[in-house]
Design a protein around this ligand. Structure first.
Ligand SMILES: [Zn+2]
Length: 387
């Protein structure tokens, strides 16, 4: 999934299947304080206070939802990418969807109304079935086939857009990251989100590349260790087994923050191998890393990554290759989910049947061999800003 920033102190540790200790967020709600009145936004004023002014119409914004194996989060994000309200709950082992419905209902009920969601953006583990609006994450059969998009349309009455965390990070990076500072249409980069799972995305000249089924970016299944650990996808040695939070915790039997240094460094090495392959394959020199793993592991992880990358990326045209973490505080999981909704605002959606024609005209000029792909676009610490 997309778990992205450092985990909060408001967490408890549980023992999961196979004795793996996992840090599970306790249900938490954050309502941004209204600095003008000193009371919680959304609370009613005291009875003896001044007469209540007529309600102001809210400005348009987004309802952001991040679905992951360990956490469900929802929030309201404004058009500048500031989270104005959020709520979250640990992902239950079963009956996930009623819990999600309750979560979304709480967020909408708690909305003070300054920002009115117009579109819902969802991040969830892929691959995503664009036709049914459901997902089929590897190793999570209980999530298969549930029509998330249809359910959320019914609950909210809004249009719903879905993306995987890595692809959402790509969109968020072009909204609030370094890529936003570059001239529109000139940005080429890849993303990798190392959260509960490993996932990515690929942007060419400012456009997220979709691939045949809209799932380009499943970098978690790049093989980084020949004859390595078996993966649920059927291969062995996949990146997700070595660099996702779930994979690392399963191999160490420890909570992520207590990962031994040797494993932190091994993770950096494995991610470097994946980055070298991605760069060579996609012709990019910039890869943005998001997710809880790089943010928790920090410098020892990035140092091991750089050392390995030096040895593995000797291609002359990629000599300026740079792998960096996402800007902390600017892009978190809910901002990434909001970026998915925002993308719908920016361009009318292209359905699968039209995608080939449309994108061929656009992308093929830029990228030889990209015929048939159309392009459209997680995470660090969530930016919560008082307004
Ligand atoms: Zn795999």
């Amino acid at each position: 999934m997309s778990d992205p920033g450092p985990r909060d102190p408001g967490q408890r540790e549980t023992t999961g299947p196979r004795g793996v200790r996992r840090s599970v967020p306790v249900t938490e709600r954050v309502v941004v304080l209204d600095p003008a009145s000193g009371r919680r936004a959304g609370q009613t004023a005291d009875a003896e206070a001044e007469p209540t002014p007529p309600p102001r119409p809210g400005v348009p914004g987004y309802l952001a939802i991040d679905l992951g194996a360990s956490r469900l989060a929802a929030g309201i994000v404004d058009q500048d990418g500031e989270v104005v309200l959020r709520d979250r709950v640990a992902t239950p082992a079963r009956n996930v969807w009623p819990v999600l419905t309750q979560l979304v209902g709480r967020v909408l009920a708690a909305n003070p109304g300054d920002v009115e969601p117009q579109i819902v953006g969802v991040t969830c583990p892929g691959p995503i079935d664009r036709g049914t609006g459901s997902m089929k994450p590897i190793g999570m059969p209980m999530w298969h086939g549930f029509p998330i998009r249809r359910e959320l349309v019914e609950i909210t009455g809004l249009d719903v857009e879905m993306e995987t965390p890595g692809r959402a990070l790509a969109l968020a990076e072009m909204w609030r990251g370094d890529a936003a500072e570059q001239p529109a249409g000139s940005t080429c980069f890849a993303t990798m989100v190392l959260g509960d799972d490993a996932d990515g995305g690929f942007v060419v000249h400012g456009r997220l590349v979709n691939g045949l089924t809209g799932n380009l970016g499943q970098f978690g299944h790049l093989v980084v260790e020949p004859e390595g650990m078996p993966c649920a996808c059927g291969a062995a040695g996949c990146l997700t087994m070595y660099a996702s939070a779930r994979g690392i915790e399963a191999s160490t039997n420890r909570e992520l923050r207590r990962t031994p240094v040797a494993i932190v460094e091994r993770t950096g090495i494995m991610v470097a191998r994946a980055c070298a392959s991605v760069a060579a394959m996609l012709d990019v020199t910039e890869i943005v890393l998001g997710g809880v793993v790089p943010s928790v592991f920090g410098d020892p992880f990035f140092e091991a990554l750089d050392r390995e990358l030096d040895q593995r990326s000797g291609l002359g045209h990629l000599e300026r290759m740079r792998v960096r973490g996402v800007s902390p505080g600017r892009i978190g999981p809910l901002v990434a989910a909001a970026a998915v909704a925002r993308q719908r605002h920016l361009s009318e959606p292209i359905d699968a049947a039209d995608a080939t024609d449309d994108a061929t005209a656009d992308a093929t000029d830029d990228v030889p061999g990209a015929e048939g792909e159309d392009d459209r676009s997680g995470p660090g610490v969530e930016a919560i800003t008082a307004r």
